[in-house]
Design a protein around this ligand. Sequence first.
Ligand code: ATP
Length: 573
Amino acid sequence: MKTFLRLTAVVRPYYLWMGLAALIGFATTGSGIGLLVTSGYIIAKAALLPPPGALQLGILGVRFFGIARGVLRYAERLIAHNTTFRILAGLRLWFYDAIEPLAPARLLYYKSADLLQRVVDDIQSLENIYTRVLAPPVTALLVSALMWFLLGVYSLQAALLVMFFHLLAGLGIPLLTMKLGRGIQSGIMDIKTNQQVLALDLLQGIGELQVYGKLPEHLAAMQGNEKEMLGLQRRNAVLDGMHESMTGIIMNAAVIAVLSALVSSLPGSGSGGISFTVITLAVMASFEPFLPLPASLKNLEADTHAGERLFEILDARPETTPPVKPFPFPANHVIRMENLSFTYPGSPLKTLDNISFTVEPGQHIAIVGPSGAGKSTITSLLMRFWNTREGQLTIGGHDIGLFDQENLRRHIALVSQKTYLFSETIRENLLLANPEANEDELKKALTDAGLGHFTPKLDEWTGQHGMKLSGGERQRIAIARVLLQKAPVMILDEATANLDSITEKEVTATLSAVSSGKTLVAITHRLKAMEQFDNIIVIDKGKIAEQGRHDQLMRNNGTYRRMWDLQRSGKDS
Ligand code: ATP
């Protein structure tokens, strides 16, 4: 119930539209009833061979209701779809706004297929909350009130009887269907998520599954899922059939009951026969809006489940929040870590332990160390992906928590090991770094990044995830992005680790050229061209083992020297 109320709060901005659509929906059903009643009236009256002109009113009614039904149905669909798409757009924006601050720290705990399912399917399920969940009961209620009013004129007993059967069809059957079908909709949604997770694992890890002989096991899990899904869908179909036929039975019972109640009060011939026909048709038509009610309750379960899954993400507290009064990024952006320790949530060990170093503006430093030493964690802290917890991390003398994350990330450019390229053109991928960049700036950035030959191909598609480009070209696009970003600080996190040695050499040279005049933090476990750095910080198991310039560290004969010798001897690369 709490989730449902939260969901109704989310769609509150569209209440006016929803109200209008519900009213028109009611008018459409009312016109349907009117059309049946007036048609029945004409046929019944005509059978009595009335004088010419006696059918005029009925014919007028048929014309009116016939046209009104068509026009109103069109208007209702138009407004209902318009409302649905407004809700969908609103929900998407609402969800993206809420999810953005959670990236990347909080989103690490979700499987990507699961997240995708929530972003796409759960939101899509909610887009219909109006048409499938909220609108049908409102229309049914209004039609029931209309019938109460119309039949009440003839007989209170008949009106009470219709209300009873409406209650049976509108509450009894939906509640019974809900009870019998409890868990089906949420089960289908969970299985769908599972299917997507398994399918994505299969697509991305088919090589590993084959090599380790786990493919049959994985396929069996997928089949098991499919079987479970079929079972639930079968139960769902049986229930659908059941509630439809039960509503039909109730409708016929209502007609018989009402006619039995009226039989003594209506004249046996003439107008009595006409009334019989009209009432029978009106009662039958009044059940039309009750047909979707069981589905409404089923959809309520699905929507509530989708809402729960979305709220679960949205209720997660972002790791970092913007400060109330953010500091602008300082020109004198000296970066200082003092006695900083960091432990990932749930991890028993400190990833960083008592780290202290300083990077003056314009300085180039390297952070080196074996894999898992904690180098990338330093990047994450500098980018404010995670909050610092113990010790100090300041920029220009201000705690990093006092900078707005977005502003900070505009001033600190990051080139990581794997550059993500969107399935877009080169231009779109570059504009990500600076949406205001003009044609000349884009071309210059490409040229400076060593991709001068790409300048005529700005509008060429980069392929799925940039697969039409080589690894070196993708890294150069990342460099072009950094150039467009015009950030004073650059972090290179294993930026050339995935490249072959010739490309690595070329990209490293480009990086050296583009980083001149900027503050540079280069993170690497491969000791290459280390002489160029003003300071090298050696991290081992989260602690600073030593720091200094290359020559000094070589003379120290410590961890750095051992890494150097190991790499030169070819035992480590
Ligand atoms: P590499 O050179 O292999 O990239 P690294 O020195 O950059 O390694 P980090 O990525 O900083 O190392 O990881 C340091 C330690 O923190 C590792 O033991 C890793 O398993 C752990 N770690 C990294 N990210 C998380 C996380 N989100 N949650 C928990 N532990 C993490």
